[in-house]
Design a binder for this molecule. Structure first.
Ligand SMILES: NC(=O)C1=CN([C@@H]2O[C@H](COP(=O)(O)OP(=O)(O)OC[C@H]3O[C@@H](n4cnc5c(N)ncnc54)[C@H](O)[C@@H]3O)[C@@H](O)[C@H]2O)C=CC1
Ligand SMILES: O=CCc1c[nH]c2ccccc12
Length: 303
């Protein structure tokens, strides 16, 4: 079994520090085969969202894993834009039904753009799910500092997590969010961490990552260390909860093996930061509000 560490959240819950996502490459597709493979490999933290249209297939893999596995899993789903007439509670209960579980370990607002003008009432409803034990941990995703400030004005429960796109090409712009999260005890969870490899190859981060990979190979004698592992170590050094994904067994092993590699030095972390700061690239354009200034009650984008 892989040795994935955990982080303790502001509500006392323990979250596996490396999670398997069913968005990204799996978006809109059946996720049961990939999720079953991830569980078999040792992933226990599984991330989905109402928007991914695969909660039902993830539910199949959870059910197939068997009831004794459920307490070992950390399952997160997210509230997406509600169709007219559907309440937050109805949407949440539908998620539980599709996932074939009676509670989620974490429930997030997927984006502030999906709750424009309703953030206070939506969060109150989500707080009630936590009180009822239906969502053990509650949090947000794609919240800027202004969105968090708006939420904290009325929230009784401070979100435990803010899940954001974080990789070398967003790190500079995300720094104020990381600082705000830290100040308020909100853990930052990263998605898209491998973007420099997957979507922006050839950028200024690549040679820096390659040099660090060579240093790790010399230090450990392990010839199979990859650029993806270096990026995972960089995210780990930033004390983030990490989400990644794949459908391939070998890549699952590669991701898991990163945890047993030695940490990057402070200079190496800084070198990736510096190279990343030369380019700004947002992979998930559906969350482009993250690059726009916060405006209270800005109109929601069309999905
Ligand atoms: N809250 C939100 O708005 C969002 C959340 N997410 C969550 O985060 C999870 C992970 O997000 P991703 O962006 O997919 O993570 P990621 O940046 O780690 O990318 C994973 C992808 O990288 C590919 N990959 C790995 N090594 C590679 C290599 N050497 N060469 C080429 N490709 C390689 C994998 O096949 C996989 O498709 C999603 O599944 C989802 O659960 C993702 C996007 C938005
Ligand atoms: O969460 C991942 C990003 C994403 C991709 N497609 C959609 C649709 C609705 C919400 C979020 C997303």
């Amino acid at each position: 079994m892989a040795n994935i560490g955990t982080k303790t959240l502001n509500d006392g819950a323990k979250i596996p520090a490396l999670g398997f996502g069913t968005g990204g490459a799996h978006f809109g597709k059946s996720a049961d085969a990939a999720a079953s493979l991830a569980i078999k490999a040792g992933f226990t933290h599984l991330d989905t969202a109402q928007a991914y249209q695969n909660e039902d297939s993830l539910g199949i893999s959870i059910a197939e894993a068997g009831p004794s596995i459920r307490p070992k899993l950390f399952i997160c789903t997210k509230l997406t834009l509600l169709p007219p007439g559907k309440s937050v509670r109805e949407a949440f209960l539908e998620s539980l039904k599709k996932l074939q579980i009676d509670y989620v370990d974490m429930f997030l607002i997927h984006s502030p753009m999906f709750v424009v003008g309703r953030m206070k009432e939506v969060w109150e409803e989500i707080e009630s799910f936590q009180k009822e034990g239906l969502a053990k941990t509650i949090g947000v995703s794609n919240f800027r500092v202004g969105d968090l400030e708006e939420l904290l004005k009325t929230a009784k429960v401070i979100p435990a997590v803010n899940q954001i796109e974080y990789h070398p090409y967003t790190a500079k712009s995300a720094q104020p969010i990381l600082e705000f999260n830290k100040k308020h005890g909100i853990a930052t969870e990263s998605y898209g961490g491998l973007t420099s490899i997957v979507k922006q190859p050839g950028g200024p981060v690549d040679p820096v990552v390659a040099k660090i990979r060579q240093r790790l190979i010399s230090t450990t004698g392990k010839q199979d260390i990859t650029d993806a592992q270096v990026l995972l170590k960089w995210l780990e050094a930033k004390d983030l909860i990490i989400l990644t994904t794949t459908s391939k067994w070998e890549r699952l092993q590669e991701y898991l093996a990163a945890s047993s590699l030695p940490p990057l030095t402070a200079e190496e972390v800084q070198a990736i930061d510096d190279a990343g700061s030369q380019v700004h690239f947002r992979r998930y354009q559906i969350m482009k509000h993250m690059d726009a200034p916060y405006v209270a009650n800005a109109p929601a984008p069309k999905l």
